[in-house]
Design a protein. Structure first.
Ligand code: SAH
Length: 347
């Protein structure tokens, strides 16, 4: 009960922490020490802050709590992929994934509990959105995976993709704050070039990102470059139309000169015709683009089926003929439901 009234100390900026101490008649510097314990050393209790006096720790304890995530369950796939079920301070659970390759370790993190959008092929969409994650809840997922990467693969985390549960641009401010922390020297000091934010396409927010000259990369889950087809599989496209998305992406490229990656799944009877391929090629023309053809991970009743390899090959051929970079991405961690679109808290 008491905890509910106390403020989460990690919601405070360094300046606010310094101000707290000066208001208590202590030195502002104490704020720096506490901040370092919270963000660099990952302290989960005030008692762990050993260079801070007992009285001060008590003072902190009567005013604040430290909310932090807890990795409830860790599953390992045959291919090395690790999935964490992450419990939040209020009991809700999100999932994050560690994807190891020969050279890299990538963290796939969640930005919301559930999702605000309604993509018909995605398991997370069926959960509906329950709440946004706070910046520290996003940051903590990254730290947990960085630790696992060091422990199991003897190397630090190298890349981060916001491709877990949720739509990052519907929780933009918190995602941005988390990225600031991840990239700052007081946090993990990672380069923003190693971070990719993946969106279903929220035009207004893409323009905002362009205006803010963000340094991380943008990926868009396109799946179709034909208005009606896209609406049939991603119903929110009726509101955030392909035309608006295209206009926002043109703006993004004009302002940032940063290449756009499109994620694209090819389904039987949905987007497997030459007309679909031509529309995608045309959509990719206005800015340097890369297309990631993702393998479909079946989520249930078989409403959606991956198109045969011959169709994927045709996509690759047509894109390459038009000078568009294309990769065919095999899914990882399928056996533990850790692949794209499968995150849905089955546990
Ligand atoms: N909301 C964001 C990020 C989460 S989804 C976005 O839409 O980009 C991460 C990627 O997985 C997206 O490209 C999404 O379209 C894709 N995806 C969702 N369900 C999938 C499934 N069942 N199989 C393969 N990819 C899927």
């Amino acid at each position: 009960m008491e905890n509910k009234k106390k403020k989460d100390v990690r919601a405070l900026t360094k300046e606010q922490l310094r101000a707290f101490f000066t208001a208590q008649g202590d030195q502002a510097f104490r704020g720096n020490q506490v901040y370092e314990w919270l963000w660099q050393k990952g302290a989960h209790s005030f008692d762990a802050m050993t260079n801070i006096s007992k009285e001060t720790r008590l003072l902190l304890d009567t005013n604040f709590v430290i909310n932090h995530i807890k990795v409830d369950q860790m599953q390992r796939s045959k291919d090395g992929t690790i999935k964490n079920a992450v419990r939040l301070h209020d009991g809700l659970v999100v999932e994050s994934v560690l994807i190891p390759t020969a050279k890299r370790t990538t963290a796939c993190v969640s930005s919301q509990v559930g999702c605000s959008l309604d993509c018909r092929f995605c398991a997370t969409a069926r959960l509906k959105r329950m709440r946004n994650l706070n910046p520290d809840e996003i940051y903590d997922q990254v730290v947990a995976i960085d630790n696992e990467s060091r422990l199991y693969f003897n190397r630090p985390l190298s890349n981060i993709v916001f491709m877990g549960m949720g739509e990052p641009l519907m929780n933009y401010n918190n995602v941005l704050k988390a990225i600031e922390k991840i990239t700052s020297v007081e946090g993990l000091g990672m380069s923003p070039k190693r971070i990719t934010v993946s969106t279903s396409g929220v035009p207004k927010m893409i323009k905002k990102m362009a205006d803010q000259r963000v340094k991380f990369k943008l990926a868009v889950s396109l799946h179709s470059a034909i208005e009606e087809t896209r609406t049939s599989i991603m119903p929110f496209n009726a509101t955030f139309t392909l035309q608006d998305l295209r206009e926002a992406l043109e703006y993004w490229y004009r302002e940032t000169k940063s290449r756009i990656t499109y994620e694209y799944v090819v389904w039987k009877d949905v987007n497997d015709s030459q007309k679909d391929i031509d529309a995608l090629v045309d959509f990719c023309r206005f800015a340097p683009s890369k297309v990631n053809l993702i393998e479909y991970n079946p989520i249930d009743d078989g409403e959606f089926q991956q198109a045969p390899t011959s169709v994927i090959d045709r996509y690759v051929e047509c894109l390459e003929q038009n000078g568009i970079t294309v990769t065919v991405r095999r899914s990882r961690g399928k056996d533990i439901d850790a692949a794209c679109g499968q995150l849905a808290n089955k546990s």
